[in-house]
Design a protein around this ligand. Structure first.
Ligand code: NDP
Length: 304
């Protein structure tokens, strides 16, 4: 039986450490603060941001939820970011993506003070990451490394194959794995003979955004499978493709009319030696690492 890499217990351990750190900072009169900016009403974004604000409350961080209207202009958003950059009670500025099309997202993300860039998206932090210098690292990739390390999965010398090259997940996780001395291959939509490459992976990271894209024949027996994808299934056909005969999923699907699958076909998990489930894997680490980054930013900004 493959081993399940339980995101919940790893995220809980990290949150516990963060809460301890928050307690120590409180004794010095410091309360780390996160500003979460949620533009408009995108259902998934609202859920994510709510969870982030709740995590702040649970761990003793201050949070400020700011909700500009969907028709906000780039200029107004730039003014807001300038204000947050200047506020001393704010250590982290999080702008929930995606933003409405009228907003120049790149310009906005570059306006965030790199010292408060808790998502690690600013080019300054991306550059520091590449150069192997201390940085605020994007949360999902940082969470993946935590899962591997805390599960005692060796990284050094292993062949890590990352499918996906986004600035948010694929590229930074590849760099982090390289810094951990893995031999890293990055694949994308133009990669030829993808299955031949993924079958060489000791560690396979899938960050593609396509339901169940990695099939059992693409996995080397015994490999560690890290599934970043979050894809919602709403049709019976899709459901049956991945979860036919799974009574627990069936009940949840009947109740909600949808379920979530990652970028790795759940049947492929059985070929691997260990895997992160969806839900219950990488996704839970993302918020834990956001909290860790906010506390880190609070300390770095004060030279602690
Ligand atoms: P993007 O859409 O930005 O990137 C997807 C990547 O997958 C691209 O590099 C693309 O290649 C590659 N790709 C697409 N199709 C193929 C294909 N047929 N073969 C090989 N590669 C392909 O997505 P993100 O990186 O933002 O997100 C990936 C997934 O992770 C999504 O499901 C997202 O919801 C999820 N996610 C989960 C998070 C979490 O907390 N668990 C956080 C962030 C994302 P190319 O560059 O050539 O187009």
């Amino acid at each position: 039986m493959p081993r399940i890499l339980d995101g919940a217990s790893i995220a809980a351990a990290i949150k516990h450490e963060v809460a301890e750190e928050v307690g120590k900072l409180a004794a010095r009169g410091v309360r780390p603060g996160l500003a979460a900016v949620l533009v408009g009403h995108v259902a998934a974004s609202e859920i994510y941001v709510r969870s982030k604000v709740q995590a702040c409350a649970d761990l003793g961080l201050y949070s400020d939820l700011i909700t500009p209207a969907a028709d906000v202009t780039t200029e107004a958003m730039l003014d807001l970011v300038a204000d947050l950059n200047a506020r001393d009670d704010i250590d982290g500025v999080l702008i929930q993506l995606p933003l409405p099309p009228q907003i120049d997202s790149k310009r906005l993300l570059e306006a965030v003070d790199p010292a408060k860039d808790v998502d690690g998206f600013h080019p300054v932090n991306a550059g520091r990451l590449l150069a192997g210098r201390p940085a605020l690292v994007p949360c999902t990739p940082a969470g993946i490394i935590e899962i591997l390390k805390r599960s005692n999965i060796p990284i050094a010398g292993q062949h890590a194959v990352v499918v996906g090259r986004s600035d948010i997940v694929g590229k930074p996780v590849a760099i982090l794995l390289l810094h951990e001395n893995a031999t890293v291959t990055i694949c994308h939509s133009k990669t030829r003979k993808l299955g031949e490459i993924t079958r060489q992976a000791d560690i396979l990271v899938a960050a593609i955004g396509r339901p169940g894209f990695i099939t059992p024949d693409m996995v080397r027996p015994g490999a560690t499978l890290i599934d970043v994808g979050i894809n919602r299934l709403t049709t019976r056909d899709e459901f049956d493709r991945f979860f036919k005969g799974d009574a627990k999923r069936e009940a949840a699907f009947a109740k909600r009319g949808s379920t979530i699958v990652g970028d790795i076909d759940p049947h492929a998990f059985q070929v691997g030696g260990a895997y992160t489930p969806v839900p219950g894997g990488v996704g839970l680490l993302t918020i834990a690492m956001l909290m860790a980054n906010t506390v880190r930013a609070a300390k770095l900004r004060r030279g602690l």
